[in-house]
Design a protein around this ligand. Sequence first.
Ligand code: FES
Length: 280
Amino acid sequence: MFEIVKKQVLSPSIKLFEVKAPRVAQKAEPGQFFMLRVDEKGERIPLTIANFDREAGTITTIVQEIGHTSQRMGNMEEGQEFLDVAGPLGEATEIKNYGTVMCVGGGLGIAPVYPIARALKEAGNEVISVIGARNKDLLYWEDEMDAISSELHAATDDGSFGHKGFVTDIVKQVLENKKVDAIWAIGPMPMMRAVAETTRPFGVKTIVSLNPIMVDGTGMCGACRVEVGGETKFACVDGPEFDGHLVDFDLALRRLAMYKDDEKRALASGSCGRDDSCQK
Ligand code: FES
C-alpha cells in the first residue's frame, strides 16, 4: 500500500498528492510516469511524476478531477493509501546542455514540465518557461517555475493572469526575438499540436509528452499506440516524449476521443462502468 503523505488543493479541481513510494522515488527521472490503482476495483491510470524526493522516498503527482478515478482520488486524504503505484515507467528526458531551452506547460502539463525544466537548468541551460491555463484558478506553481527559469511567461485564455491568449502567442514572440535550441511542450494534446505547429517554421526541435489511453503501461496491450514519423510507437515504452514535428496528432486525438463516452457513463453511474482492463 502507498500512503498519501501530503495532499494540497491547488485549485477546486486540481489536487497535489505526495505519495510514499520509496522504490519508485529511488529510480524516478524527469519525463517519466507511473501507473496508479486506488483499490482492487479501480482502473489503472497513468500519472506523471511532477517531483520526487529520494531521501524521503516520495513522489509527487498532480491530478485534475475530470474522470471517475481522479474524482475518487480527489476525495482521499492524507494518511489514506493507494493500492498500487507502479513505476517509474517510460523513457526519461534526455537532459544535457542544449544552450537555451524553452519549457511550455499547459494546465496539468505544468506539473511534468517542472522537473524537466529544473534538470535542464541544473545541466547549465538557460531556461525560458511558459505556463498557461484557461484562467488564473487553474494555474499553479508560478513561484516554483519562476525559481528555475531565467524568464517566466504566463498566459490565460481569459486574461485573468498574464497574457490574454494562448501559450503559442508567447512561444512565437520569444522565437522571433531569441535563438532557442530546444523546446519541451507538455499539456493537452491540442495545445502540444499547436506549439509544434508554431515552432515548425522556426526549425527548433520540439519535444512533446504524449498522454494517450494506457492500460498496462508496459508495452503489452497496444492501447497507447501512436504514429510518429510514419512508424507505430507505444507511448508507454517508446515515449512518452516524442519529436512533436513528427507526431500524427490527428490520429492521436481521434483515439483519445473514442473513450470520452465511456468516461461520461462512468461518471454518471459512479463506477468505472467497464471491466478491469478499461481505462480513461
Ligand atoms: Fe499498453 Fe502502452 S499502455 S502498450
